[in-house]
Design a protein around this ligand. Structure first.
Ligand SMILES: [Zn+2]
Length: 60
């Protein structure tokens, strides 16, 4: 019963497929370039307590 071991895969905010990044409940990512292997794009996100905030990014 160790909560620390419950890591979660981070899903792409665009296509929702699984990325290669996992976070724990106490993981904090700030302005993290999350790469999606499906979109082959990076999105800047912040993840705090497994909740994701996607930064607004002008789409070219
Ligand atoms: Zn994606």
């Amino acid at each position: 019963m160790s909560d620390e071991l419950q890591s979660q895969w981070v899903h792409c905010p665009v296509c929702r497929s699984k990325t290669r990044i996992r976070v724990y409940k106490d993981t904090v990512l700030l302005n993290f370039p999350l790469f999606c292997p499906k979109c082959k794009r990076e999105r800047n996100v912040s993840i705090i307590q497994q909740k994701m905030v996607v930064y607004d990014e002008p789409d070219a």
